[in-house]
Design a protein. Structure first.
Length: 766
């Protein structure tokens, strides 16, 4: 960094032009960044669980549903879903949404087939409002609909006061979800104006509606964070031009990072919403250290314009090395996400790491060039208040006396945190992730009056040569239908319409086992279903094709469960399916709930894997920076301590990790070592000719104010996230603020105590 800054100062015009060109080229990519959500966006299209979901969806013609529910009351335009205004609504929505590319089928009260017995003829599939107008014999059809398992609890509530249109998408792509959800919202608008109330529920709705809401909230945060960081830098240096320069440099780095993301074709997901706050607050810290050192040296040299080059060169020489390694450790914390199975988090880690290094490069190239052009009178050293001076004096002189108590308290807190860490879990309810005020939370509760839009899907592959009409195949399907688990709702398969059709045509119950079995009837029932409702048949039955055997689809509704309970549900279903499966049969357990469960597993694995990678990388970089393994080991203690205390406190207080807080450990590990490296670098430099106590005191005086200022910038930047209604992002901000404060205290109190408590002389740079 020192050589880079020297080159920039020798060629200021070339540096400025090169910086502008690179910023323009990379920044142009920002125009290519789009917003993405959905399972593919988080896990990646190549993730095994996403491939399984898409494979089953392609085989059976859809697999990712969402529901549009509407409600009838005494004051609404309808009192029953079978009233003409409600059927008109259901028909209009079915037509509008059904014509959207990527929508496989739409089931609703107006247009879904209803099997009814016809006099002197086979049962027929009827619609209650095929053209938007009620059927002439509607009064006779309504009781049949309320007795049909494909209707009650699916597209109508038992009391007929609420209805639903179940939209089944062809695949799990976010583009398909956006088109379908937007079509639903557009079709609902005129009916909402007429007094209808509606709710949308399901994974696609959450990703589209909640994702857009988060995007708007994150964009509103940026001006607040810019203002806060500007205020912190201005308060530290009493110079608006310096504050503007620091922010401008970080802005260039942020533009370059977002531009690179665009050129790589990586969309903006929920993880990327924290990128601007992170880079703005982290990047400005390097500028704070350089500006503080420059202002101090300029003041010591008399403050004239002639003293600027030497002061700037000296400032760069004093902070370049620690800034380089602190940037590398922070980037390593983000890059450690390369172990994640969440493609969106992996990409976020690499872009954030690039942005951190870009901020460092800008700080030691464009910022020095700009500083040489600023009049010396605009630059003054940070004003040190009497209170701050007394606090530093007390800290420096009290460290030798406090070291035993400090280390004893630290050990006690560490033991308590370790105990709490054993109770830490990854869990969050649906409401906790999005926040109570998010519309998707309100909609999900309203939609539950009719049905849950969440499903768990089983694809039962039959042995080669076995047809879907075989009694043993249908008996196996019935055995899987009998699965029970907390949170698992009613199942639907081809058996439901077959049983109803059997009652209508033959009378009585359909026998699947025992002496009453009539195999010929299974084939005739399936032929009738295929003739009357081919879409329904193909949704639940896939005939043999090439090397693929025939298969049944079994779809379970399921509740919105907290993440721990969801993982337990999926695991139990997997075990029960394996226990009930005869030889030769195979089952694929998939569906939105399984994908979400796998995402939870990936979050847990990321927490473990990224922290381990970051720990190794940060330790190695600290040793290179300090050129001393003993000092690097000392630096890691106050670096690990805030992570341990924060996660331990979360475990003790039963605060679970979620999508946001799962990445706190690796991020804080990379950030937490920064203060230790700056303090130890100053200590090494000042150790020559000074006693250890005096060297610590001098180091605290030299870097204490910049450390406090940068920690304040970081803390306030993360604190802004607390006010976001999206609770997982707010939790990330709150936990990060606590960890940053703990890291600062550990570096100012624990690290000096460790230095004084070691009997051996700390290694000096070679």
């Amino acid at each position: 960094m020192q050589r880079l800054a020297a080159w920039a100062l020798r060629r200021p015009l070339a540096t400025a032009l090169l910086g502008m060109v690179l910023a323009a080229v990379l920044g142009a990519g920002a125009l290519r960044v789009g917003t993405d959500g959905g399972y593919r966006a988080f896990l990646g299209a190549s993730h095994p669980v996403v491939r399984e979901l898409d494979r089953v969806a392609a085989r059976f013609g859809g697999g990712v549903p969402f529901a549009v529910t509407f409600h009838c009351t005494d004051t609404a335009p309808c009192r029953s879903v079978f009233d003409p205004p409600a059927l008109e609504l259901a028909h209009a929505l079915a037509v509008a949404i059904g014509g959207t590319p990527g929508v496989r089928r739409v089931d609703g009260p107006a247009t879904s087939p209803l099997l009814v017995a016809e006099p002197f003829d086979l049962p027929r599939a009827r619609q209650l409002a095929p053209d938007g107008n009620p059927a002439p014999d509607l009064d006779a059809l309504v009781p049949l609909a309320l007795a049909d398992p494909l209707w009650v609890g699916q597209i109508v509530s038992p009391d007929a006061r609420a209805g639903a249109l179940v939209v089944t998408l062809e695949d799990s792509s976010s583009a398909t979800a956006e088109r379908a959800v937007d079509a639903a919202l557009a079709a609902l608008a005129p009916f909402e104006a007429r007094g209808f109330t509606f709710a949308l529920a399901g994974g696609p709705v959450e990703f589209v509606v909640a994702g857009r809401d988060l995007d708007r909230q994150a964009q509103r945060l940026v001006p607040a964070i810019v203002a806060l960081v500007f205020a912190i830098v201005w308060l530290a240096f009493r110079s608006a031009p310096l504050a503007a320069l620091a922010l401008a440099g970080v802005g260039v780095a942020l533009l370059a990072a977002v531009g690179l993301q665009g050129w790589l074709g990586w969309p903006r997901t929920s993880f990327f919403q924290v990128l601007p706050p992170l880079l703005l607050t982290i990047g400005v810290c390097y500028a704070i250290h350089l500006l503080a050192a420059y202002a101090e040296r300029l003041a010591a040299a008399g403050g004239g314009d002639a003293a600027r080059p030497a002061a700037l060169t000296g400032a760069v020489a004093s902070v370049a090395r620690p800034c380089l390694y602190t940037a590398l450790t922070t980037a390593a914390g983000f890059a450690s996400f390369h172990t994640s199975g969440l493609e969106s988090l992996l990409r976020f880690g690499w872009i954030a790491a690039f942005g951190v290094m870009a901020a460092l490069v800008v700080t030691f190239t464009l910022l020095p060039v700009a500083l040489t052009r600023l009049p010396a009178r605009w630059i003054s050293p940070p004003r040190e208040s009497a209170l701050w001076a007394r606090a530093l004096d007390r800290l420096a002189t009290g460290a030798p006396r406090w070291r035993v108590r400090t280390l004893a308290v630290t050990l006690l807190l560490s033991l308590l945190a370790a105990a709490g860490l054993t109770r830490l879990r990854i869990d969050a309810s649906f409401e906790e992730i999005y926040g109570e005020r998010n519309p998707v939370v309100r909609w999900a509760r309203q939609a539950a009056l009719v049905r849950s839009a969440e499903t768990l899907e089983l694809a039962l592959s039959l042995p080669p040569g076995v047809e879907p009409t075989a009694p043993e195949a249908l008996e196996t399907l019935a055995a899987l239908e009998a699965l029970e688990a907390p949170g698992l709702g009613r199942p639907l398969s081809i058996l439901a319409p077959m049983k109803k059709l059997h009652a209508l045509f033959y009378g009585g119950a359909l026998a699947l086992a025992g002496e009453a079995v009539v195999p010929e009837r299974f084939a005739s029932l399936q032929r009738m279903l295929r003739a009357e409702d081919p879409e329904l048949f193909s949704f639940y039955v896939a005939p043999a094709r090439g090397d693929e055997p025939a298969a049944f689809r079994l779809s379970f509704q399921a509740e919105k469960l907290p993440q721990d309970e969801l993982r337990a549900l999926v695991a139990r279903v997997g075990r029960d399916v394996a226990a009930r499966l005869p030889a030769g049969y195979a089952v694929t357990v998939t569906g939105p709930l399984v994908v979400v469960s796998r995402m939870i597993d990936e979050i847990r694995d990321t927490q473990i894997g990224s922290f381990g990678s970051a720990l190794v990388l940060v330790g190695i970089l600290a040793a290179f920076c300090l050129r001393s393994i003993p000092l690097a080991a000392l630096a890691m203690i106050p670096t690990l301590l805030p992570v341990l205390l924060t996660l331990g406190a979360m475990g003790a207080l039963a605060v679970p990790l979620d999508v946001g807080t799962a990445m706190v450990a690796a991020v804080v590990l990379g950030l937490g070592v920064d203060e230790a490296l700056h303090l130890l670098s100053a200590y090494q430099r000042l150790r020559e000719g000074l006693a250890r106590e005096l060297a610590i005191e001098a180091a605290l005086r030299e870097v204490g104010r910049p450390l406090l200022t940068s920690a304040a910038a970081l803390g306030l930047g993360f604190l802004v996230l607390v006010f976001v209604p999206w609770k997982s992002l707010a939790s990330f901000g709150a936990v990060s603020v606590v960890a940053i404060a703990a890291s600062l205290l550990a570096d100012l109190l624990v690290l000096p105590a460790l230095l004084l408590a070691t009997r051996r002389r700390a290694s000096r740079p070679r």
